[in-house]
Design a protein around this ligand. Structure first.
Ligand SMILES: [Fe+2]
Ligand SMILES: [Fe+2]
Length: 161
């Protein structure tokens, strides 16, 4: 992607701050969990879980490859980032398990519930601790948001998840 200086004029107006992008993605995934609770057929459940896994995997990868390193470089205290990275590992383990599980499995609903609970905890820390700190850091948040949006679209297009 071009640098902030070489992008065509007016690009800033078309993009959101990185922290706004991340909050919107959290809301989207949380909504998928609510939809899962209302799904009653194995096919419906499987489809929603596939969406959750894809969205969450792409979201986590964008944070790990772009957002966290930028925030890490801008902040002196790296505790929140390290904690988030460890939580991502747990989320990814549950996602990997769910991908290989049938909705008929006795632990399927439970694993989706635990994934939702882990995510809720993780998102709460990002919303109330990491993102406010990132907003205070000396970062070009709109440029970061533009980079993240482009990267996520490329990841989803490549079928990586
Ligand atoms: Fe996040
Ligand atoms: Fe995260």
């Amino acid at each position: 992607m071009a640098t902030a200086k070489t992008l065509p004029g007016g690009w800033r107006k078309k993009h959101q701050k990185a922290t706004t992008v991340l909050r919107a993605e959290h809301a989207l995934v949380e909504n998928l969990f609510r939809r899962f609770e209302m799904a009653h057929t194995p096919t419906g459940k499987k489809q929603i879980v596939a969406e959750i896994c894809t969205e969450l995997s792409a979201h986590a990868r964008v944070e790990e490859d772009i957002f966290y390193p930028e925030v890490k470089a801008a902040l002196r205290d790296h505790r929140l980032i390290h904690e988030a990275e460890v939580e991502h590992q747990s989320l990814k383990e549950l996602i990997a398990q769910l991908k290989n599980l049938s909705p008929d499995d006795q632990f399927y609903n439970l694993k989706v519930k635990v994934l939702g609970d882990c995510l809720k905890h993780h998102v709460k820390e990002e919303h109330f601790e990491m993102l406010p700190e990132a907003d205070q850091a000396n970062l070009d948040m709109v440029y970061l948001g533009a980079r993240m949006t482009a990267y996520k679209a490329a990841l989803l297009d490549s079928g990586a998840f």
